[in-house]
Structure formats: structure tokens, C-alpha cells
Design a binder for this molecule. Structure first.
Ligand SMILES: [Zn+2]
Ligand SMILES: [Zn+2]
Length: 279
């Protein structure tokens, strides 16, 4: 059986079993394994002829072919792990939403190693994440139609999970958008924010429709709590992380606010996260 057939088979089995408590561990394991097999299939078809599927092998050695041209050939039977897939995708320009993948991976670790039972919300989120990864990867990187490849039944399970998730996302966005923010950039920080504990995007105000700094915030998934300041500080760091990674000796784009001594002053926008516009 080919890598691709195995991938699809594994995903289908996972989708058949997700609703059975006694099969949840194997269901999640199958979904995760299926996604990795899809990734490997892509690397397999990109591997050069005569390279012994070099791109999916952990060990690759340079050899000369019969014309004396250098090629990289895979040796041994060990295939690459997730970190290997990630770095090869990166250098090959293959796009995967790794944040979403990491959430699937986290849920898999939980059921696998801690035998924790996922709540029905977590199972729904896991399936929605699988939808995003599987659907996009099949269409963007393999030019395939997920519905045709998976079959109607499995497709429906995934699609339904995603629709529920989308509905939740919209609810969340409108809850955040109902708040009054000092500036659009701060609102965007809140819309982009992901829970630190579970990386869920569903972090909501406990009191919607008021000034953002007057409300506390909570993760709809794991119930982690955040203050307005917490989200601002983490969000500002995220907003400017490229500046920190760039290695240039550029001056910091924000500083502690001199006016209120509580918020962060964003120089570019002349705005303080706590006290608003400063001229
Ligand atoms: Zn959370
Ligand atoms: Zn201030």
C-alpha cells in the first residue's frame, strides 16, 4: 500500500471512531498518523528519481550517479520525524499552518500519554483543526479534492466540525469587536491573541460591549483567565517579534508609558495600551 493510501485509510478510521469514548485514543492516534503520512507522501513525490525517497529519510548521503553527478540518497529505513518534516517543508516552501498542527499534536499527546479524556469541546476543536490541515494540504499541496478523496461520510464529519468551529469563531470575533478599544492596533492584538495554555483562539471578554480595559478575559476552551494588561503585554511582544529576531540594532518600538506608568507606549501609533492616545 502506498503512503498516500495509508494516509487516507488512517484518517478515515480516525473519523469513524472519534465519537466512541473507548476508541478515542486510537481515533486521535490515527488522525495524527494520517496527517503525518500525507506530509510524507508530499516529500516522497518530490524526492528525486534514484534518490531512494531521500526527502523522507532521516539519513541522507551524497553519492555520484553513473554520469558523475552528485545526488543525495536516502539510506536506512528510518524516516524523518515531525521536526524533520517541518524543516524540509520550510526549505521547500511548502506551507502548513503549524499553529493548528501543534494543537492537534498537543491533544494527541494528552490522550496518548496522560489518558486524559478530552471534553466534547476539545474533540470538536481537534476535528476542526484536522479539517483545516487535511483539507488545505490536499488542495494546496496535492491538488486533490478532500471530499472525493475521503468519501462523503468522512468528509461530512470533518465539515460539520469545522462549521461549528467557524460559528464559534464568529461569535468570538463579534464579542471582541463589541469592545471599545483605544486604537485599531490594540483591537487586532485581541483578535489575534491565542490562549497561552491551550493555544485556542477563543479568548473572550467576560463583559462584552464595554471599554476593553474594564473587562477581564477568559479562554472558552480551557477557562484560563487573562487581564486586559496580560493580553496587551503578550500581544505587543508578538506584534514586534520580527524586530527582536531581525538582529538589527534597531531601537525598541515600544516603551513603558511615561504618562500613566502602567501601559506600554507604542511609538509608531502614539498610543498607550492603558491610557490611550498621547500627543
Ligand atoms: Zn485556553
Ligand atoms: Zn499610558
Amino acid at each position: 500500500m502506498s503512503l498516500f493510501d495509508n494516509a487516507i485509510r488512517s484518517i478515515r478510521i480516525g473519523l469513524n471512531d472519534y465519537w466512541r469514548d473507548d476508541r478515542l485514543v486510537s481515533s486521535v492516534r490515527n488522525l495524527y498518523a494520517g496527517i503525518l503520512l500525507l506530509f510524507k507522501h508530499k516529500l516522497f513525490i518530490l524526492s528525486a528519481d534514484g534518490s531512494n525517497a531521500a526527502l523522507i529519510k532521516q539519513h541522507v548521503v551524497p553519492v555520484l550517479d553513473k554520469d558523475g553527478v552528485l545526488i543525495w540518497r536516502g539510506v536506512g529505513s528510518k524516516t524523518i520525524d515531525v521536526a524533520g518534516i517541518r524543516s524540509r517543508f520550510q526549505s521547500l516552501g511548502i506551507d502548513v499552518d503549524w499553529k493548528t498542527f501543534d494543537r492537534i499534536s498537543k491533544h494527541r499527546n494528552e490522550v496518548e500519554h496522560f489518558y486524559s479524556v478530552l471534553s466534547s469541546d476539545e474533540v470538536a476543536e481537534l476535528l476542526a483543526d484536522c479539517f483545516i490541515i487535511i483539507n488545505r494540504f490536499l488542495s494546496d499541496n496535492l491538488s486533490l479534492n478532500a471530499k472525493e478523496v475521503l468519501g462523503d461520510e468522512a468528509w461530512e464529519v470533518l465539515l460539520h466540525a469545522y462549521e461549528v468551529y467557524e460559528f464559534e469563531m464568529e461569535k468570538n470575533e463579534s464579542a471582541v469587536s463589541s469592545q471599545v478599544f483605544h486604537h485599531e492596533v490594540i483591537k487586532n492584538i485581541f483578535l489575534e491573541f491565542r490562549c497561552i495554555d491551550c493555544s485556542s483562539p477563543l479568548v473572550r471578554p467576560s463583559l462584552p460591549g464595554i471599554h476593553a480595559e474594564s473587562s477581564s478575559y477568559y479562554c472558552a476552551e480551557c477557562k484560563a483567565k487573562y487581564s486586559y494588561e496580560d493580553i496587551c503585554s503578550m500581544g505587543v511582544m508578538d506584534l514586534y517579534k520580527s524586530v527582536f529576531y531581525s538582529g538589527y540594532d534597531s531601537s525598541c518600538p515600544f516603551e513603558n508609558c511615561n504618562a500613566c506608568e502602567q501601559g506600554l507606549y507604542l511609538k509608531e501609533f502614539q498610543i498607550c495600551t492603558a491610557c490611550g492616545p498621547i500627543n
